[in-house]
Design a protein around this ligand. Structure first.
Ligand code: GAR
Length: 212
C-alpha cells in the first residue's frame, strides 16, 4: 500500500462530518489509497471543520456568498482556487448542502462525487430518508454518484440498500442509512483511487474489467 500512488481528495461538507471521518479513518487503516488534501465548508462553525483539524487535516471555511442554495461567482472561484492549490484530484461532497454546477464542474470534469441518502433515482433532494418513510417503501439506502448538471442525477458508482422497519421514525431510519454511508463511501473512493471505475454514458462500469 505504501508504494501505491495516493489520490488527493478535497472534501466539502456543511455539517457533522461523519462521512469525512469515515473516509479519513479508512485511509489511515490502509484500505483507501488516497489522502485528504483539504476539507472545505460553507458553514463557519460546522463540526466537519473541527473534526478535520483534530485529525491534523487542513480545513477552511470559505464564505458561500449571497445565495442560499448555491455558491455565488466569487465564492465558486474561491472554492476552485483552494482545491487546485491543494492539488486536489477528486472532489468528494460529504453533506455539502449547495448545488455545484457550471464553472465548478468544468474545473473538475468527472472528478466530483456525492453521497445521497436514498437509492437514486428515488427521493432526490432534501431529507430523502423522510421522503422514503412517508412514501412507505420497504427498502431505501444510499448512493454514491458522479455530480452532473442536474440534482442527484449523475452516473451511479455504488449503492447500498437499507431496510425500512415498521418501528422506524425519521431518526432511526436516517441513522441506519448513515451507518451504511460510512461503509459505502470509503469503498467507492477506494475503487476510484485504484482506477476501477469507468464512465460509459450515464452508466459506470466498476471492477477489474475496467482495466482490460
Ligand atoms: C449525509 O447523510 C449525506 O447523505 C447527506 O448529508 C449527510 C451529511 O452527514 N447529503 C445529502 O443529503 C446531499 N443531498 P455528515 O456531515 O455527517 O457526513
Amino acid at each position: 500500500m505504501s508504494d501505491e500512488k495516493k489520490l488527493r481528495l478535497g472534501i466539502l461538507g456543511s455539517g457533522k462530518g461523519t462521512n469525512m471521518v469515515a473516509i479519513a479513518e479508512a485511509i489511515t487503516a490502509g484500505s483507501v489509497p488516497a489522502e485528504v488534501a483539504i476539507v472545505l465548508s460553507d458553514v463557519a462553525d460546522a463540526p466537519i471543520l473541527t473534526r478535520a483539524q483534530e485529525r491534523g487535516l487542513p480545513a477552511r471555511f470559505i464564505a458561500p456568498g449571497k445565495f442560499r442554495t448555491k455558491l455565488d461567482e466569487e465564492a465558486e472561484a474561491a472554492y476552485i482556487a483552494a482545491l487546485k492549490d491543494a492539488g486536489v484530484e477528486l472532489v468528494v461532497l460529504a453533506g455539502f448542502m449547495r448545488i455545484l454546477k457550471g464553472e465548478f464542474l468544468r474545473a473538475f470534469p468527472q472528478r466530483v462525487i456525492n453521497i445521497h441518502p436514498s437509492l437514486l433515482p428515488a427521493f432526490t433532494g432534501l431529507e430523502a430518508w423522510k421522503q422514503a418513510l412517508d412514501y412507505g417503501v420497504k427498502f431505501t439506502g444510499c448512493t454514491v454518484h458522479f455530480v452532473d448538471q442536474g440534482v442527484d442525477t449523475g452516473p451511479i458508482i455504488a449503492q447500498q440498500t437499507v431496510p425500512v422497519l415498521s418501528r422506524d421514525d425519521a431518526d432511526t431510519l436516517h441513522g441506519r442509512i448513515q451507518f451504511a454511508e460510512r461503509q459505502l463511501y470509503p469503498m467507492a473512493i477506494s475503487a476510484l483511487a485504484r482506477g476501477l471505475v469507468r464512465v460509459e454514458g450515464r452508466k459506470t462500469v466498476t471492477g477489474a474489467e475496467t482495466k482490460s
